[in-house]
Design a protein around this ligand. Structure first.
Ligand code: CDP
Length: 257
């Protein structure tokens, strides 16, 4: 069974904002919200699934969405699409101003396929080159602001959804009724990702994941972090079915299933 750490409760049953995070997972951060848009839309029926690369969040999020008949949004694909566009246009991913403009101007559809300015980039956004550039693009507060706006717009239009990423429970939908933070040991995550990447070796994949974990969890704006009221799920030794079942139970408890 997945190792589960529910949010701590005080005597009144309220969540207490302190977390015990296993050493291999990403530490909890306070999230500075000053430069990000504040919520001015009503709470959505969102199941927020956050976690680092290889924690299993995409597989689980897709399966939960299918079981519940809810729409699914992969926000990582949106950051990847911005990195892809920068590379395609020959823009340095470090050029914050130009990349921010690209993010604001680009046409983006994320569904089963990822369409960037009308071009199907579903495969290309997963390339090692885009993967190398994406975390730098994701540091950019203006890019984040724009993508968060689009993510909230998506949820407004759909009314509900299973949304996965790094900051969904902390920043994008802090009022989500179900928040799960998935993690797994570094070795297990690298192994899983190596199986998906046909042309990369374990060492290369492990180094890439470690580098991205570091950039993602130490950036000042909306870092990868465990929301105080998220359920922390260690998937190192569990099957996809077990984790899906767990999230479905949480959704049922929250009245979403
Ligand atoms: O699939 P994988 O876990 O490799 O990554 P992803 O979910 O496709 O996300 C790619 C990158 O986008 C992450 O490493 C983050 O830098 C960034 N990201 C983010 O900053 N915030 C999100 N909500 C989602 C992704």
């Amino acid at each position: 069974m997945p190792q589960l750490t529910p949010p701590e409760m005080n005597q009144a049953g309220n969540n207490v904002p302190t977390r015990n995070v296993p050493s291999h997972s990403v530490p909890s951060h306070s999230v500075p919200s000053h430069s990000l848009p504040t919520r001015n839309v009503p709470s959505h029926n969102v199941i927020a699934i956050d976690g680092p690369a290889g924690s299993g969040k995409s597989t689980v999020a897709r399966a939960v969405a299918a079981k519940l008949g809810m729409p699914y949004l992969d926000t990582g694909a949106m950051y990847r699409a911005v990195a892809f566009t920068a590379m395609r246009r020959g823009v340095d991913p470090d050029d914050a101003e130009v990349v921010a403009r690209l993010a604001a101007d680009m046409q983006l559809e994320v569904d089963e396929r990822v369409l960037v300015d009308g071009v199907d980039a579903t495969i290309e956004i997963r390339s090692p080159e885009v993967t190398r550039a994406v975390s730098v693009v994701a540091i950019n507060p203006a890019v984040r602001k724009e993508l968060v706006r689009r993510q909230r717009e998506w949820a407004d239009a759909k009314g509900s959804g299973v949304i996965e990423g790094r900051d969904i429970g902390t920043v994008v939908f802090p009022d989500a009724p179900v928040k799960v933070f998935m993690t797994a040991s570094d070795e297990e995550r690298a192994q899983r990702r190596t199986q998906e990447m046909l042309d990369m070796h374990y060492d290369e994949v492990a180094a890439d994941i470690a580098r991205r974990d570091h950039i993602d969890s130490t950036r000042p704006y909306a870092p990868l972090a465990v929301a105080p009221d998220a359920v922390l799920v260690d998937t190192t030794s569990s099957t996809v079915e077990e984790v899906v079942e767990l999230v479905l139970q949480l959704a049922t408890k929250a009245g979403l299933a």
